[in-house]
Design a binder for this molecule. Structure first.
Ligand SMILES: C[S@@+](CC[C@H](N)C(=O)[O-])C[C@H]1O[C@@H](n2cnc3c(N)ncnc32)[C@H](O)[C@@H]1O
Length: 231
């Protein structure tokens, strides 16, 4: 028979796994999340195994279509990590656009810089990578034509505040693209705005319109929305 001590040990191991791996430190606070990403940044792309074709089809090309008719457009990717959305957008065509990525983790930004700005396919002249907190974006109101945030809102201390900030820096008529954790994975993140319908309700509450959800991956939907012009 399993002793009480063994049972307690197994419960603690399961709890630690949930806190650190499953929920990526989110219930331990922003500093823990950022520390974990700093530690794992060098392995992030290998773990995620992003596919060029899927990234182009679901992220790069649709975003490019939104801004291709806006010369000098500005796109912001919040919690950009290793620059996944910016890479997809940059690969989507010869856009006349400035691409800005913000992330709290210096380690993740260094990986993004290597792929976006230092290589032979450098996009350096039109890309800016900035270290900062998504809860308090360092941009003026109505700065961007498009804002994206992929696979990150569920790790934020205050998701409504991040959505509010993204809506604030978006120009009226501008487009927002976010991912939403769904399916079994969403059940492991209690208290977060995950699961079908919840993120949509949050975007609606924060004043976004034309909210459109598309199935994307097993555990993520993609949600598109527009910032309406003032009534
Ligand atoms: C799962 S990664 C997603 C990265 C990228 N968007 C992607 O799709 O590959 C989550 C990212 O959110 C960042 N992050 C977490 N909390 C943040 C915050 N409060 N402000 C800015 N970035 C944050 C982490 O540093 C990490 O790079």
């Amino acid at each position: 028979m399993m002793s009480c001590l063994t049972l307690l040990f197994l419960i603690l191991v399961a709890l630690a796994y949930w806190l650190v791996v499953t929920t990526e430190g989110t219930y331990l606070g922003t500093r823990a999340v950022v520390r974990l990403y700093d530690w794992t940044a060098r392995h992030y792309n290998r773990i995620k195994k992003f596919g060029f074709v899927d990234e182009a089809r679901f992220v790069g090309l649709p975003l490019a279509r939104m801004i291709e008719d806006m010369p000098g457009a500005r796109h912001l990717d919040v919690a950009t990590g290793t620059g996944r959305a910016l890479l997809a957008l940059a690969a989507a065509g010869d856009l006349d656009a400035t691409l800005v990525g913000v992330d709290h983790s210096q380690g993740m930004l260094l990986e993004a810089q290597r792929d976006l700005m230092d290589g032979e396919n450098s996009q350096g002249e039109r890309i800016q990578l900035i270290q900062g907190d998504a809860h308090d974006l360092m941009f003026a109101d109505a700065t961007f034509d498009a804002v994206s945030c992929l696979e990150a809102l569920e790790f934020m201390r205050d998701t409504p505040q991040v959505v509010r900030e993204m809506a604030r820096v978006l120009k009226p008529g501008g487009v927002l693209l976010v991912s939403n954790r769904v399916g079994l994975e969403a059940w492991f993140l209690p208290g977060r705005h995950c699961g079908r319908g919840r993120m949509e309700a949050l975007l609606d509450r924060e004043g976004l319109a034309e909210i459109n959800t598309h199935r994307w991956q097993v555990d993520y939907d993609l949600i598109w929305a527009i910032k309406p012009y003032a009534q």
